[in-house]
Write a protein that binds this ligand. Structure first.
Ligand SMILES: NC(=O)c1ccc[n+]([C@@H]2O[C@H](COP(=O)([O-])OP(=O)(O)OC[C@H]3O[C@@H](n4cnc5c(N)ncnc54)[C@H](O)[C@@H]3O)[C@@H](O)[C@H]2O)c1
Ligand SMILES: O=C(O)[C@H]1O[C@H](OP(=O)(O)OP(=O)(O)OC[C@H]2O[C@@H](n3ccc(=O)[nH]c3=O)[C@H](O)[C@@H]2O)[C@H](O)[C@@H](O)[C@@H]1O
Length: 344
């Protein structure tokens, strides 16, 4: 029998103003992941796709990401890949936006610093504009680099940071700081639901082999039989979080009620010399290292205070560096087409 649709067609004003995604009751969430072809993004996409409850759209310009990272989902009915640069507006109907698009390795973000700033400013502005228009919840992957070369240790979310505004890292550090500002202003001014994660150094399978970040460099160098390049003084510290823990934290933040900013990272703190020694012990026992020059404004120490993530999200990392390094090395070994160096 034909339904009388006149009330639906004439619909009340309030219903008519609802975004389409709220009117069409879909059992699935539609989720946009910008930068979804990158390292963290592709692991996040895996987690969001598994279980079949979501439709996932990846928007990526493939500057540092690759289709290989998301190849398993291409052709899946719940998955869509768009070649898109976030410095241009994007029109899609979604319920959630995970905004990761931005080169993360210092080598790549310094390669075209003006573009990095544009990605952080215009890219975040465009994605917040989209969130406002379609009433999507928006999560920004900010960084521990907003703390700069920190004068407080470990870093809590209350610390305002020590950042050089005109240095070679500023396109990234200051870019992420203004991205956070934009998120909070869209929240206060336009009521956009925002979530801000401050991610500390994350590592794992699928990192670009020649990405330039320390864990990928050391593992690739050790496996290739090259010396690991420890930048002076070698006593600078970082705290390394395995990617599956990070993805878990990001999803908890998105699904929870707190805007953040919330530190997500592993509080285990290592000097770069200790990291090189761990790679030697766990990946290639014959490996060695040499000291090389450092780059300007390298933060001397970094370690997250994750009390807030524990209390608010019930989250803390599970995978230790000792467990994570061999998992990453196995992936690198396969991609480099190498045999197991440890057994040689
Ligand atoms: N991995 C970490 O240790 C770490 C730490 C702090 C913050 N983060 C943040 O997490 C996010 C992901 O980092 P990652 O380690 O996966 O890096 P990644 O370089 O592997 O991924 C970034 C992705 O963004 C894409 N991209 C870059 N510029 C773009 C643009 N203008 N338009 C569309 N796509 C663009 C790249 O092609 C890539 O797929 C970044 O925003 C980064 O700042 C990462
Ligand atoms: O976690 C973060 O918030 C940020 O960390 C990184 O910045 P950084 O910590 O400097 O990352 P790396 O380039 O991996 O350097 C880490 C340390 O390793 C040292 N390093 C790096 C490379 C290398 O070959 N050898 C080496 O000793 C560097 O001097 C530095 O002290 C990147 O900027 C971002 O991915 C991210 O936003």
């Amino acid at each position: 029998m034909e339904q009388n649709t006149s009330s639906q067609e004439n619909g009340s004003t309030s219903v008519a103003r609802l975004p389409l995604s709220k009117i069409i009751k879909s059992p699935r969430k539609r989720i946009l992941v910008t930068g979804g072809a990158g390292f963290i993004g592709s692991h996040l996409v895996d987690r969001l796709m598994e279980g079949g409850h979501n439709e996932v759209i990846v928007a990526d310009n493939f500057f540092t990401g690759t289709k290989d990272n998301i190849r398993r989902w291409i052709g899946h009915p719940n998955f869509e890949l768009i070649r898109h640069d976030v410095t241009n507006p994007l029109l899609v109907e979604v319920d959630q936006i995970y905004h990761l698009a931005c080169p993360a390795s210092p080598i790549f973000y310094k390669y075209n610093p003006v573009k990095t700033t544009k990605t952080n400013v215009l890219g975040t502005l465009n994605m917040l504009g989209l969130a406002k228009r379609v009433r999507a919840r928006f999560l920004l992957t900010s960084t521990s680099e907003v703390y700069g070369d920190p004068l407080e240790h470990p870093q809590t979310e209350e610390y305002w940071g020590n950042v050089n505004p005109i240095g070679v890292r500023s396109c990234y550090d200051e870019g992420k700081r203004i991205a956070e500002t934009l998120a909070f202003d869209y929240h206060r001014q336009h009521g956009v639901e925002i979530r801000v994660a401050r991610i500390f150094n994350t590592y794992g399978p699928r990192m670009n082999i020649d990405d330039g970040r320390v864990v990928s460099n050391f593992i690739a160098q050790a496996l290739r039989g090259e010396e690991m390049t420890v930048q002076v003084p070698g006593t600078q510290t970082r705290s390394f979080c395995y990617v599956s823990d990070m993805v878990d934290g990001l999803i908890r933040l998105m699904e929870g009620n707190d805007t953040g900013p919330i530190n997500l990272g592993n509080p285990g703190e290592f000097t770069m010399l200790e990291l090189a020694a761990r790679v030697k012990e766990l990946v290639v026992p014959s490996a060695s290292w040499r000291m090389v020059d450092n780059t300007p404004d390298d933060p001397r120490k970094r370690k997250p205070d994750i009390s807030k993530a524990k209390a608010i999200l019930g989250w803390e990392p599970k995978v230790t560096l000792r467990e994570g390094l061999p998992l990453m090395a196995a992936d690198f070994q396969e991609r480099l087409g190498l045999t197991d160096k440890k057994q040689q």
